[in-house]
Design a protein. Structure first.
Length: 406
């Protein structure tokens, strides 16, 4: 590169065709040599150049060796190549700076696309209500109440939203019907933003998360995706197969453990789930794990004896570590609508749910159930699932969710 820079400085003065002994092999094929007598012609040209009155030469000008083939690439092309390389480096640096915001924008587009059924069921109907309206009257509010209730927000949440909108109207802060949709979006975002401490997985070692839910909500799959994400963050993760009753449940979790490259503590089918939890706690402590995820058996929230078994696992964890489990996450299938709200209510009363994970939001028009659960039970949503891939389980953002359905 030094030689090229020197040539770049003196590109306006006449020079002898450059020849160098460091040409790449692909440019000078092996076995070929310059034509006979070429080196003598080069020397004669050099003598003629010396006898003439050439411009003052750079003292660092490189002499042309004898017997070498002439330079094939013009130096102007080399200069252009250097400039292009510098431009590519600048573009790469700029793309790295914009990588994170671009990823966030890409996920929002995907979230909005996957939740189009909920948006059509909700937002499109609101837009049709205010179309052509000049004022917000009681007839408009009555029609809006019907839309909200039938969009799985429930009676309680609908009344809360209408009360807030009515107060805005009385204070003359909301007059135009076309601004009603934006006001509803802001109110829904405030409901979804449940006051709760931020999730800090480094607060305890191991940080124990107990995952519960009824059969068929995607609980084991969600645990596998969580393990993949935590592992990608550089944490040491362990899984515990406490679902010893459902056929092939243990094998399913083992496959997820292999996929995420994390260990799985298991026993044979039919074993006591509490014993598996006990062994998993011992193993997580001895191996200095950062996170322990427990997959519990699917419990029908209406079955008292099964819920008692779940409480037994909870007590076993507390005997091994005072504040364990540090989080109890309830996995809910968003397609079940109002039934998901009743599940969340009973699980919270039984073992004290601290967070929610909503799955299958991409295949339902009932995504409004998230607003109803947050409003009535004040349980924060930790993650949402909008597809089958590992990247489709994402941390919940109230602002993005509200924008996606509006």
């Amino acid at each position: 590169m030094k030689w090229f820079k020197q040539k770049k400085k003196n590109k306006n003065k006449p020079s002898i065709p450059a020849e160098t002994g460091t040409q790449p092999s692909e440019e000078v094929p092996p076995g070929e040599s310059p034509p006979a007598g070429q080196s003598m012609e080069v020397r004669e040209d050099m003598n003629m150049a010396k006898n003439a009155d050439p411009p003052e030469e750079d003292p660092q000008e490189t002499k042309t060796p004898q017997g070498e083939p002439p330079e094939e690439e013009p130096e102007e092309e080399i200069i252009i190549l250097d400039d292009l390389l510098e431009e590519e480096e600048d573009q790469d640096g700029a793309s790295q700076k914009d990588e994170e915001p671009e990823e966030k924008r890409r996920f929002f587009r995907r979230l909005r696309e996957r939740m189009h059924k909920t948006r059509e069921n909700f937002t499109s109907r609101v837009d049709r209500l205010v179309l052509g309206k000049k004022t917000i009257d009681m007839d408009l509010l009555d029609d809006l109440e019907e839309v909200l209730i039938t969009s799985d927000l429930g009676v309680r949440t609908t009344q809360t939203l209408l009360q807030r909108v009515t107060e805005k109207i009385k204070r003359k802060e909301l007059k135009e019907p076309e601004k009603l949709r934006e006001q509803l979006r802001q109110e829904i975002q405030s409901i979804l933003d449940v006051p709760s401490p931020p999730l800090d997985l480094s607060a305890q070692h191991p940080f124990v998360i107990m995952v519960v839910g009824v059969n068929g909500v995607g609980k084991t799959t969600t645990i596998g995706k969580l393990a993949h994400q935590f592992k990608g963050e550089g944490r040491k993760v362990m899984l515990a197969a406490c679902d010893t009753f459902r056929a092939a449940a243990v094998e399913q979790l083992v496959l997820w453990g292999e996929r995420a490259h994390v260990p799985v503590i298991r026993q044979k089918s039919g074993s006591d789930p509490s014993a598996v939890a006990f062994d998993a706690m011992d193993a997580a402590v001895s191996r200095h794990m950062d996170v322990l995820l427990l997959d519990t058996a699917g419990r029908m929230h209406t079955k008292v004896n099964l819920m008692e078994e779940l409480k037994k696992v909870h007590r076993t964890l507390q005997r091994k570590m005072e504040w364990a489990p540090h989080e109890i996450w309830l996995v809910l299938d968003a397609t079940t609508g109002q039934n998901a709200l009743s599940q969340a209510r009973l699980f919270k009363e039984t073992i004290g749910v601290t967070g929610l994970i909503l799955t299958k939001l991409d295949g339902t028009a009932k995504g409004g159930i998230a607003v109803a659960i947050c409003d009535e039970l004040q349980i924060p949503v930790r993650y949402i699932g909008i597809g089958e891939s590992l990247e489709d389980l994402r941390p919940f953002d109230p602002q993005e969710f509200a924008r996606a359905i509006f």
